[in-house]
Write a protein that binds this ligand. Structure first.
Ligand SMILES: NC(=O)c1ccc[n+]([C@@H]2O[C@H](COP(=O)([O-])OP(=O)(O)OC[C@H]3O[C@@H](n4cnc5c(N)ncnc54)[C@H](OP(=O)(O)O)[C@@H]3O)[C@@H](O)[C@H]2O)c1
Length: 314
């Protein structure tokens, strides 16, 4: 009989890819979704939609019915103050853990944190991801858990990095971080493969893993631009003051119009941090996972017209 796995954040950029990858691995997926909109990435006979949210215990109980594992991918990534992130990234984790622990057979808990959790003082988002991890360490009791800390993730459906990559492809390189800053990257398919590995019996429990695409020392903005467009004509290092002004204006507009900003002053502080390099050696050794998609190849597929078929190739 196929294994049943629960997935939160299934409607999101990373969640949709994970849902498809779990199905490819022969699992039945119970996917938590808040929206009533149709999500083409979740059209699959082995995916059952459970409508609800992290705030709703009844829907979480339905989500976990008969599941031997849960991938917790739901997260708030937009906002400007701690209180914008706490309900999902801290209280949501706690609520989900409580429901997991109340199951007759508690499932293995795989948590999508972020490399940002390494630097909680940088922004409200980073702090909330750090707090989410703390909640797991304190509250998980006998529940087997793994925390993954991905760096910036790219791939089809991404709304954060993809616009920058597209602009670079057209010859304009907007450098948002410091010249000497370095960062790791990971293709969303590699992350989805890793998540599937985390459900295996051989995986250690109660461990935190940083992950990356296996490039030692990560990338500079310059090296990414060179890969996207070797003939790039315009490189624009954006001054910190200007970025901060945009972040601040966005926050004020967001408050006025009642939306959650993706680009905030907190995001600026994250972007200006010099070291976002992760090291996936521990993950590769202990989780028996090897990233398969070097940046050059990931970018080629991203820009190719059949980029959405990448999942079929791997
Ligand atoms: N993208 C990256 O580069 C990156 C890097 C490191 C870590 N991460 C982490 O990976 C996870 C997924 O990120 P993403 O980029 O895929 O973001 P995303 O596209 O915004 O997806 C977030 C998902 O979480 C759901 N969600 C948010 N609050 C929820 C709540 N209270 N109850 C139920 N569902 C809720 C959203 O549902 P709706 O569709 O209804 O809003 C959506 O499905 C997050 O935890 C993020 O912190 C992302």
């Amino acid at each position: 009989m196929s294994r049943k796995v629960a997935l939160t954040g299934a409607s999101g950029f990373i969640g949709q890819t994970i849902a498809q990858r779990l199905c490819q691995a022969g699992m039945k997926v119970r996917a938590l979704v808040r929206t009533s909109k149709d999500i083409p990435g979740l059209h699959h006979p082995d995916i059952s939609l459970i409508h609800g949210s992290l705030e709703n215990t009844e829907s979480l109980n339905r989500l976990l019915e008969g599941c031997t594992g849960i991938i917790h991918c739901a997260g708030a990534i937009r906002g400007s103050r701690r209180e914008d992130f706490v309900p999902t990234n801290v209280q949501g984790v706690s609520q989900l853990l409580t429901v997991c622990l109340s199951q007759p057979s508690p499932p293995r808990f795989v948590h999508l944190s972020s490399l940002a959790a390494r630097e909680p003082s940088l922004s409200p988002y980073a702090w909330s991801k750090h707090e989410g991890e703390r909640v797991i360490r304190q509250q998980a009791e006998s529940l087997p858990w793994i925390i993954l800390r991905p760096p910036a993730v790219y791939g089809p459906l991404d709304t954060a990095l993809l616009p920058l990559f597209k602009l670079a492809k057209q010859g304009i390189g907007l450098q948002l971080g410091p010249q000497e800053g370095r960062f790791s990257l990971l293709h969303v398919q590699d992350l989805a493969d890793l998540v599937v590995s985390c459900l295996e019996e051989h995986c250690p429990n109660s461990s935190v893993y940083e992950v990356d695409d296996g490039t030692p020392g990560g990338y500079s903005w310059e090296s990414v631009f060179r890969l996207i467009n070797p003939d790039m004509k315009i490189r624009l290092p954006i001054p910190l003051k200007f970025l901060w002004l945009i972040g601040k204006s966005n926050e004020i507009m967001a408050r006025g119009f009642g939306y959650s900003p993706l680009f905030s002053t907190g995001k600026v502080t994250e972007l200006r941090h010099q070291n976002w390099v992760s090291d996936s050696l521990k993950a590769r050794q202990e989780l028996r996972w090897t990233p398969q998609i070097p940046l050059e190849e990931g970018l080629r597929h991203l820009f190719a017209s059949d980029s959405l078929n990448l999942s079929n190739r791997i």
